[in-house]
Every structure is written in structure tokens, then in C-alpha cells.
Ligand binder design. Structure first.
Ligand code: G5X
Length: 293
């Protein structure tokens, strides 16, 4: 009966009509936890879109899907992959959103060596998205390079709100173990109460990805990584010696183990490290370098 309830609620949220008439699926661009993602074309406008397809009966937590759509419908921002529309086709849910053709930050961190000016612009753009979400009491809970997408005009947008949490005055803290192990904050791993600052920790881990090419403990299995996060606290950065003083200070603030000492997104947006950011258009060269390799 809970599933029937979800279906009823979804029917109120999604658009009417058959998306097969509106969109032509092109190629598969990803296989997220909750479904496959395709690049598609809007038949009337010729615009490229991304379509996330989820088989409802395969979802462990169906109510999370409604959450993702409802939260994203009203959260339009230039640093967030924007929701377009959604459809229910038999038992399959389609979520249609804008398409970013530059791929993910993962492609860049694994294929290129980023200089600090590029790392600073990435951190600034992601912090702008986090400030927007945290103001609305939304925690993303899965910040990592895979979920940061790039456009050819230098757009930087966060995506995949499948794990996000909408806090309320009655329930402004969470304890559920959600996210991707290597990027999880100590308070999440330790099952303590946590809030929006978990996204700031994950941003710090993503900054380590941009320096070292991968998060700490990536060679360990996920369970051991969880143990190391709680036992080691602030992770060691392999190439720390080669970083500037203000970048090290920025990293140390994101990776404060005690969330009450970790700055908010608004506070971090004032950090001097972000003043060294290169112009957004310089990211185009990074995308091409990542593709070229
Ligand atoms: N590789 C992959 O799995 C994915 C690749 N993309 C995209 C999206 C756009 N452009 C490109 N190039 N890729 C994904 C998007 C989502 C998502 C989401 C939302 O939460 C975003 C807010 C509105 C509701 C839906 C999940 C996964 C992937």
C-alpha cells in the first residue's frame, strides 16, 4: 500500500503525455544507483537533454524519488543541473533535465593535472550551489567529482539529488548513512547527528581529488575507508608540500573534523583562496585536455 501511495503522489507531480513523442533517446551517458541516464533530443526544439530513467519497482526507497523531483522542481540555480519535466511511462519514471556536454569533473581530475586557479574556480562554483541549497535547508549528501558537470562555455553545475535531504524546523538533523563512502564526513560515518556541513567536508575531499586525482583511501575497500575516516579524521594530502599556503588553509577548513568548527558555504565563499580563481572560460581547455587524452 506504501507503493500505491507513492504511485498516487508521483502521478500528481509528473507531466502528462508520452515522452517518447517529445524526446528521442540518443546514447547512454551513465548508470546511476537509481537508474540509467541517457542523452536525448527534444524533437520540437532540437535541444539536447539528459533523461534519468528509473524502474519504480526496482527502487529500494521510492519516496526518495518524489523527494528528488519535488525538491529539484523548485530549486533552479545556475550552478545546479536544472530540472525540466518528468513522466511516468508504465512503471518507469523519466526525469528530464538540461544536458551538460562537457562531462563530469571526474574525467578532468583523472586525465589532467589541475592548477590551483582552476581548482579555485571549481570550488567557488560548487560553493555557490551549496549556499543556495543550504539556505533552503537542503543537503545534497553526495558531493563528489562525478556529480559536478561541465559545460563548454565554462558552466559548472552539481547534479544527482537522488540522496538529498530536505530539512525542516522539526527535523533539522539527519543520521542516516547516505552518500559515497570515500567522500563521507566523519559525523555521517560515525552515525552522529549531522546537517548541511557534511557537504563542506565532501567538497574538501573533492578538492583532494583535484590535487591527487582521487580521494583518500581510494585503494582501500569501502568498509575499511569508513573505518579510516573515523579513526584518522583529517586525511593526509599526498602532494601537500606543493600547495600554496592559502589553498592549504582552505582545505584545512573544509576538512575540520568537528562540524561546529567547519565553516558554512557562505563563510567559505569569502576565503582568499577563491580570489585566485581563473575565469570560467579557462575550464574549456581542461575539458578538451580530458577528452583529448
Ligand atoms: N553519469 C550519470 O550517472 C549521470 C549523468 N547525468 C547528467 C546530467 C546532465 N548532463 C549530463 N551530461 N549528465 C546525470 C544526472 C543525474 C541527475 C539528476 C537530478 O537529480 C538533477 C536535478 C533534477 C532532477 C534529476 C544523475 C546521474 C547522472
Amino acid at each position: 500500500e506504501q507503493r500505491a501511495d507513492v504511485l498516487r503522489k508521483l502521478k500528481q507531480v509528473v507531466n502528462v503525455g508520452n515522452p517518447h513523442k517529445k524526446y528521442i533517446l540518443k546514447k547512454k551517458i551513465g548508470q546511476g544507483a537509481s537508474g540509467a541516464v541517457y542523452a536525448a533530443m527534444d524533437q520540437h526544439t532540437g535541444e539536447l537533454v539528459a533523461v534519468k530513467q528509473m524502474a519504480l519497482d526496482k527502487q529500494p526507497r521510492q519516496e526518495l524519488i518524489i523527494n528528488e523531483i519535488l525538491v529539484m522542481k523548485r530549486s533552479q540555480h545556475h550552478n545546479i543541473v536544472n530540472y525540466r519535466d518528468s513522466y511516468l511511462v508504465e512503471k518507469e519514471l523519466w526525469v528530464v533535465m538540461e544536458y551538460l556536454e562537457g562531462g563530469s569533473l571526474t574525467d578532468v581530475v583523472t586525465e589532467t593535472c589541475m592548477e590551483e586557479g582552476n581548482i579555485a574556480v571549481m570550488c567557488r562554483e560548487v560553493l555557490q550551489a551549496l549556499e543556495f541549497l543550504h539556505e533552503r535547508n537542503i543537503i545534497h549528501r553526495d558531493i563528489k567529482s562525478d556529480n559536478v558537470l561541465l559545460g563548454m562555455q565554462g558552466e559548472v553545475k552539481i547534479t544527482d539529488f537522488g540522496f538529498c535531504a530536505q530539512l525542516s524546523p522539526e527535523k533539522n538533523k539527519r543520521t542516516t548513512l547516505v552518500g559515497t563512502p570515500y567522500w563521507m564526513a566523519p559525523e555521517v560515518v560515525g552515525r552522529r547527528q549531522y546537517g548541511p556541513k557534511v557537504d563542506i567536508w565532501s567538497l574538501g575531499i573533492m578538492a583532494i581529488e583535484m590535487v591527487d586525482g582521487e580521494p583518500p583511501y581510494m585503494k582501500e575497500d569501502p568498509l575499511r575507508a569508513l573505518y579510516l575516516i573515523t579513526s584518522n579524521g583529517k586525511p593526509v594530502i599526498k602532494e601537500r608540500s606543493r600547495l600554496s599556503k592559502i589553498f592549504k588553509d582552505f582545505l584545512d577548513k573544509c576538512l575540520e573534523v568537528d562540524p561546529s568548527r567547519r565553516p558554512t558555504s557562505t563563510q567559505l565563499l569569502q576565503h582568499p583562496f577563491l580570489k585566485t580563481a581563473k575565469p570560467l572560460v579557462s575550464l574549456r581547455a581542461l575539458i578538451e585536455a580530458a577528452r583529448g587524452s
